[in-house]
Ligand binder design. Structure first.
Ligand code: GLN
Length: 242
């Protein structure tokens, strides 16, 4: 962080925000403030330039056409890759995740270039969409517990050598290729198929982003009563119906 406030950038809420992805911004804001941090939240519409001095960038999911428009504008802007070069943290969901990879299949059925910030690429799944609740064991090297979320995607994401899976699914499709992986990450860039919003369901992930932004290994404790109740309910109910 350059000064005493955490700069949180929500990328393209006008194009990429489905299933309550806005909640991800609210949860990062809230959990940072609970630790006494000042938070400056910047919502960047798709007709505005992406600032390069943010600490944490959030990119949500979207339907196929808004996803193509978002990819076109993000490629033309180049602010996000420059922010990552500056050490920024990026957390992306579903369509946003696919855009961070090398390429995905757009609404016209064509290969659309992504930003190449994650060594992943997405193809169009031949079978039914992956839709429904997900349970996944978070990468222990990141200190993540069981994650819960909701997925809805046709794309199948393939992981290259340059990334690790964010989690391994026990229920649901995750990346969709049948290998049980869910999401991907490398250094400060993260992608997941989990909606929910994912950070409201999994506050450990929000805390991970804040820790990376502060460059610390631990944060002062912050109450998780409501998040825990939601997680416990989801784990019990989804696990039972699996
Ligand atoms: N359009 C993408 C797909 O179906 C992403 C969907 C989403 O963000 N929910 O794979």
């Amino acid at each position: 962080m350059s000064d005493s406030s955490l700069r949180l950038v929500w990328v393209y809420p006008d194009l990429l925000s489905t299933y309550g992805d806005r909640g991800n911004a609210l949860v990062v804001e809230r959990r940072a403030r609970q630790r006494g941090l000042n938070v400056q939240r910047i919502d960047v519409r798709s007709d505005q330039p992406i600032p390069t001095s943010g600490d944490i960038y959030l990119i949500g999911g979207g339907e196929d056409r808004p996803q193509r428009l978002a990819a076109e504008r993000l490629r033309a802007d180049s602010g996000l890759p420059r922010a990552v070069d500056n050490g920024a943290i990026v957390f992306s969901v579903c369509a946003g995740y696919q855009i961070l990879g090398h390429e995905f299949i757009n609404d016209l059925g064509q290969r659309e270039p992504g930003l190449g910030l994650l060594d992943v690429w997405s193809t169009r799944g031949e079978g039914a969409r992956s839709v429904g609740d997900v349970l996944a064991e978070g990468d222990p090297t990141l200190g993540l517990p069981t994650l819960t979320g909701f997925e809805n995607h046709q794309g199948v994401t393939h992981l290259g050598q340059g990334v690790s899976p964010l989690a391994q699914v026990t229920v649901g499709g995750g990346n969709g290729g049948g290998d049980g992986t869910e999401g991907a990450w490398r250094d400060t860039v993260f992608g997941t198929y989990l909606h929910g919003p994912v950070l409201a369901r999994n506050p450990a992930v929000a805390d991970l982003l804040i820790k990376l932004a502060l460059d610390v290994n631990a944060l002062p404790p912050a109450d998780t009563t409501w998040y825990d109740a939601l997680r416990a309910e989801r784990i019990a109910s989804v696990g039972q119906n699996a």
